[in-house]
Design a protein around this ligand. Structure first.
Ligand code: H2B
Length: 102
């Protein structure tokens, strides 16, 4: 069962993400990060890889793409806030971003 992160659990899960550039969204219990790529092909390739994980985990990002940038917002709609699922997907997105693009 997905639960909204409690005050006690969110620190340890979110602090490492803030260190990689994730931020809280103002006025919402959600995290955001803008990923910048070399070009559109790299951006869309990364989105495709991330989408496969999102679908596998049934946890989907709010995101938008303009040329070589992808802005991601992660939150858990079912609990109206951040859950461990968001931290897991954020870590995966960071990991995929660090991998060489084809
Ligand atoms: C019915 C289905 O499992 C839910 O709607 C899932 C799908 N993907 C989801 N993604 C996100 N980010 N939050 C959710 O609450 C969510 N719920």
């Amino acid at each position: 069962m997905t639960e909204k992160l409690s005050d006690a659990t969110r620190g340890p899960l979110l602090e490492p993400l803030f260190a990689t550039g994730w931020e809280m969204v103002e006025g919402r219990d959600a995290i955001t990060k803008t990923f910048k790529f070399k070009n559109f092909a790299d951006a869309f390739g990364w989105m495709t890889r991330a989408a496969i994980w999102a679908e596998k985990w049934n946890h989907h990002p709010e995101w938008s793409n303009v040329y070589n940038r992808v802005t991601v917002v992660l939150t858990t709609h079912d609990v109206d806030g951040i859950s461990a699922q968001d931290a897991k997907l954020a870590r995966k997105m960071d990991g995929l971003f660090g991998e060489p693009q084809e």
